[in-house]
Ligand binder design. Structure first.
Ligand SMILES: Nc1ncnc2c1ncn2[C@@H]1O[C@H](COP(=O)(O)OP(=O)(O)OP(=O)(O)O)[C@@H](O)[C@H]1O
Length: 261
């Protein structure tokens, strides 16, 4: 089983501290959600783990024998791809295999891309230019590109933000299945706490650049804790179908007075 040890991650931008002493241990086969209010450092944390930005502290990824795994084992899917490439959807997803490609594209690469496009319902868009896709379609293609690279660590930054209800479930189902079947570590930034409750093995709750709680969904999705962090009264309940729902009731401080100009 792979293991990721995050120790004392800290990030500052122009002397402003954005992340402080973030430490956690993540295990293979588990999907962990990162939640917290806007601007609290979720994207910064995921980018630090992907080593896309400089940070203090350490991220050590090891296999079951304790050997270090390289940065190439990590796939990062950003919040929204703004790529203006004329490449087709098929070519974009094939780029996920770039580490394995030589001068020739082998049949197994084509098959892997075709299967991924099928799984995500994108096959009919195979030869459509990526730059002409809708926001949601781009999100699905970027996810497909990440998955065909068979990452040991899958980092997803708000992967459902542009998706309709069906595609939200589809993407998170696929991320969960991938995590369980391959033993990968998956970290997902999400705002929808009902989806968080449904798909997470663990949750990291961030506030003001710090982890205020980490643990199982039942422990982190606590109404009092959520009220304290999000400054909103919430109802956490279980539906007849057995799904946890988190309903915002009202802000505990008037919205207008919380706006800082
Ligand atoms: N390159 C940068 N330069 C300066 N400040 C930055 C930079 N990137 C992020 N920040 C600041 O760091 C803070 C955390 O940003 P981050 O994007 O990590 O938050 P987030 O929790 O992902 O927010 P959201 O939920 O709104 O996406 C914000 O105050 C943001 O303005």
């Amino acid at each position: 089983m792979i293991n990721m040890k995050i120790s004392n991650i800290g990030v500052s931008f122009q002397n402003k501290t954005v992340l402080k002493d973030i430490s956690a241990v993540l295990k293979g086969g588990e999907l962990t959600s990162i939640i917290g209010p806007n601007g609290t450092g979720k994207t910064t944390l995921i980018k630090s783990i992907a080593r896309l930005i400089k940070s203090r502290g350490d991220v050590v990824l090891t296999d079951s024998h304790g050997n270090s795994l390289s940065k190439n084992s990590i796939a990062y899917v950003p919040q929204m791809s703004t790529t203006t490439t004329e490449l087709s959807v098929f070519e974009m997803v094939l780029l996920g295999r770039v580490k394995d490609l030589t001068w020739k594209v082998e049949k197994h690469h084509i098959d892997a891309v075709t299967q991924m496009l099928k799984d995500l319902g994108l096959l009919s868009l195979s030869y459509f230019p990526f730059c002409k896709l809708s926001g949601g379609q781009r999100q699905l293609v970027t996810m497909a590109q990440a998955l065909v690279s068979k990452p040991k660590v899958l980092l997803l930054d708000e992967p459902t933000s542009a998706l309709d209800l069906r595609h939200q479930l589809q993407v998170l189902d696929i991320a969960q299945q991938y995590t369980k079947q391959t033993g990968a570590i998956t970290l997902v930034v999400l705002h929808d706490l009902a989806l968080v409750a449904r798909y997470s093995d663990n949750i990291l709750l961030l506030h003001d650049g710090k982890i205020v709680k980490k643990g199982l969904p039942k422990d982190v999705l606590d109404p009092n804790l959520l009220q304290e962090v999000y400054k909103v009264e919430v109802d956490v309940s279980v539906s007849n179908g057995g799904y946890t729902t988190v309903t915002p009731i009202r802000p505990i401080i008037p919205i207008r007075s919380s706006i800082v100009c």
